[in-house]
Structure formats: C-alpha cells, structure tokens
Ligand binder design. Sequence first.
Ligand code: NAP
Length: 320
Amino acid sequence: MLRRLGQSKLQVAPVAMGCWPIAGITSVGVTEAHSLATLRAAFDARVNFFDTAYCYGYDGESERMIGRALGSHRDEIVIASKCGIHWEQGKQVTDGRPATIRRECEQSLRRLGTDRIDLYYLHAPDRDTPVSESAGALRELLDAGLVRAVGVSNFHTTDLLDEFQAVCPIRALQPHYNMLQREIEADRLPWCRAHDVAAVVYWPLMKGFLAGKLRRDHQWNPRDGRQKYPIFQGEQWAKTHDFVDRLRPLAEEIPCSVAQLVIAWTIRQPGITAALCGAKRPEQIAETAAAMRLTLSMSVMEQIAQAIADRGELDSRPAV
Ligand SMILES: NC(=O)c1ccc[n+]([C@@H]2O[C@H](COP(=O)([O-])OP(=O)(O)OC[C@H]3O[C@@H](n4cnc5c(N)ncnc54)[C@H](OP(=O)(O)O)[C@@H]3O)[C@@H](O)[C@H]2O)c1
C-alpha cells in the first residue's frame, strides 16, 4: 500500500494526515487532548505520513504535538514540515531568505524532537527573495543531512519549479487539488510525472465540504475560518451541495462514506502520490484513512466524472 515519494527513498501511505486543523487557529473546538488522540489514531489506522509546518500554530504547536504523540514511533513515520512562512501579529508573513530557512529548520527539529526532517518544503515562494537563493539554503540542509528530501509548495508555474530544481532536487510538490479544483492537471502534474516528483495534495476534502457533512443550513461559528472563502457562500455553496448530493448514492452503493469516496478517487488520479487529509478528531482520520483500502469500479469513476463535468470546476486561482 505504501508509495515511493518521488525519487526519494521515503515510502508513504497515500492518505497522509494534514496537521493544520490540530493547531486550532481556524478550526473551532480543538483541544490538545483531541489533537494528540487524533495523531495516535492516524498512526493506528496505518497512516505513516504526517504533514505539518512551522506556521501550523502561532509558534509551531502542531510540530510539538507530533513530537509528543509520535516520538516513540519516530522510525516508523515520515514527517514533512515546511519553512518560509511565519506569523507576525496575527498575519502570515512569507520569508524565504536563506538565514531564515536555516534558523526555522533548526527550530523545527527541536520542536519535533528529532535529528532529521524526512521531507522539508519551502512553504511558498518569497517574492522578495530569488527562488534560487531559497533553493540553495534547502540544498545545504539536505547536504548536511538535516533533511532527507526537499519539496516545494504553492508553486504556481513550472518555470518556478525548473528554477528551483536547477539548484536543489525537488522530491515533492504540494499544491491544492480536489474533485472540483484540478488546475494542476494542465501543467504541474505533467511536470511532476515527467520529473518523477511526488504530488502530495492539500484540500482533498475542500476544507471539509466534500466530506458531505456540512448541512445546507449550516450556521458558522464566527471563529471558523472557512466562511471567508467564496466557495462557502451564495451560489457556489448551493452548487457544491448539489454536487455532494450526486456523490451520496454512489457512496451508499459501495458502501462507504462520501469522504471515503472522495479520498479514494483522489489517490487514484494519475500522478497523485498522496492526499493530505486534515483532521481534528480521531474518528475523522480513521474514516479518511480507510479510503486507502477502497477500490472504485470503472462505473463509479465514470459517474463521478459526469457529476464533476455537470458541476463545472471552480476557478480557484484566487484562494478557493
Ligand atoms: N501547503 C499549504 O499551503 C497548505 C495549505 C492548506 C493545507 N495544507 C495541508 O493540507 C492539509 C489538509 O488541508 P485542510 O486540513 O485545510 O483541509 P481538508 O483536509 O480538505 O479538510 C479538513 C477538514 O475537513 C473536515 N473533515 C476531515 N475529515 C472529516 C471526516 N471524516 N468527516 C467530516 N469532516 C471531516 C474537518 O473539518 P470540520 O470538522 O471542522 O468540519 C477537517 O478540519 C492540512 O492539514 C495541511 O497539512 C497545506
């Protein structure tokens, strides 16, 4: 069931746990006990791949929890973290300068309680720092053995990928991707396949929408960060609910949950190595992890394709 991560020696489960929700910044009602239990539940469900970042938490809280919950299983798990974005007075700041990258890596290693990060991403390109300079810093970390493989996230063009790759080998790209947001299929996914680079995708459940559990009359908690995105408003909200309703009978027939159908579809797409499934409760990751063992028939795949075509993709270049 494990898949090789690009040209690296790392072997990862196709369902990875996304460790942003456990940080609690935009997800509501997360306690530390829930978060630690969710990480352990992921491991128990055979998820061996954990995705975090310095900025998951105002001060690296997500990384600290991974160290606490899974430190005793260090050699059985693959930890991915990211540098280059931090919080300042409640706002995210992008900083890809070499000195920042080196410092953030050392701090992440301490928080995670480990001597190496298996996969270390540049979280996003920094407009004020040439990408070759950020790549050079990551290359040094790789050569020093502090990170085992390097990835990049939120790179929107293949030119930028080429520029980075000329200095430091890229083993994984982390873009967003789900049934309705598939723009990487036009350029970056073919690039990944041509260069044997893993595509590790975020928002496979479209921030929970495609889990099929948000009701049409859902009342948002004012602290829930999702309501600011257009997809959770007005006509888009209604159309996506109609789409999820098309998935329900397909899931029932299998039988599985809508979330499982969506994740099983995602990890079957050509070129997709792993789907990052965010979770803040043990039962959520137990549910999505079970999608690793689902097989979807050709008929189900065709009906999903038709539902997607009828819904129409979202133009998600400006955030969802
Ligand atoms: N590189 C980047 O810039 C970037 C950006 C975003 C995310 N990421 C990574 O990708 C991961 C995934 O993104 P995400 O966490 O924002 O979104 P997601 O995986 O699309 O959705 C996660 C949310 O879906 C809901 N959910 C999950 N499993 C469920 C289930 N079985 N049943 C019902 N609801 C379920 C939960 O929300 P509720 O319970 O609150 O409904 C959960 O917080 C992140 O955790 C992070 O590791 C990376």
